[in-house]
Design a protein around this ligand. Structure first.
Ligand SMILES: [Zn+2]
Length: 189
């Protein structure tokens, strides 16, 4: 998890994993504080991933078959996708009320949220929550590589904190690439 999202990230014991599914048999994540008397901490986030909840969540096993509606990514791709939604809730802290973020898979051939690398891309803030989650999922699925097309979003937005996050999330992918190049000159990437 640290490799993808950096630190600090919500304590993992505030994230509950359940076997529920949302509309149309899709996984989903939301934030509704729950208190389980057996746990020392409140569960701030819930990830609902159907039968995949019974799998080893770090596995590269296909997640297909765990859902009413098949998803073609691996179980760990799905976890990274859903954890991106947790990241979204976390970094937007202060939002009141609840909203749900519906899951889809970046590697599903029929997915409308399959980001295609290439061309010019706007700022992270201009992308909807599903596109953001699918970009992180795709980067993870393809081996978490620095030469990856999406890496500037990962390195300079996802793994940024505070003011750095606010600044970087408003830059286009081209601008992020420029910033990344200057980090590399200074050997800090
Ligand atoms: Zn999603």
């Amino acid at each position: 998890m640290r490799r993808v999202f950096g630190l600090p990230f919500p304590y993992l014991d505030t994230v509950g994993i359940g076997d529920g599914l949302g509309y149309n048999g899709q996984p989903w994540t939301d934030t509704t504080p729950l208190f389980d008397p057996g746990l020392s901490k409140q569960l701030t986030y819930q990830i609902n991933i159907g039968d995949a909840a019974r799998e080893d969540l770090t596995s590269k096993k296909l997640a297909a078959g765990c859902f009413v509606r098949d998803i073609n990514g691996t179980v760990s791709d799905l976890l990274i996708h859903e954890m991106t939604h947790v990241w979204q809730y976390y970094t937007r802290g202060g939002i009141t009320g609840r909203f749900s973020v519906w899951a889809s898979s970046a590697v599903a051939p029929d997915s409308s949220y399959s980001p295609v690398p290439g061309g010019s891309w706007g700022s992270w803030d201009s992308l909807d929550v599903e596109l953001q989650a699918s970009i992180v999922e795709q980067w993870y699925h393809n081996g978490e590589r620095k030469p990856d097309f999406w890496y500037p979003y990962i390195r300079l937005v996802l793994q940024s904190r505070g003011h750095a996050l606010t600044y970087a999330s408003g830059l286009t992918l081209n601008e992020l690439n420029r910033d990344l190049a200057s980090l590399r000159v200074r050997n800090v990437d």
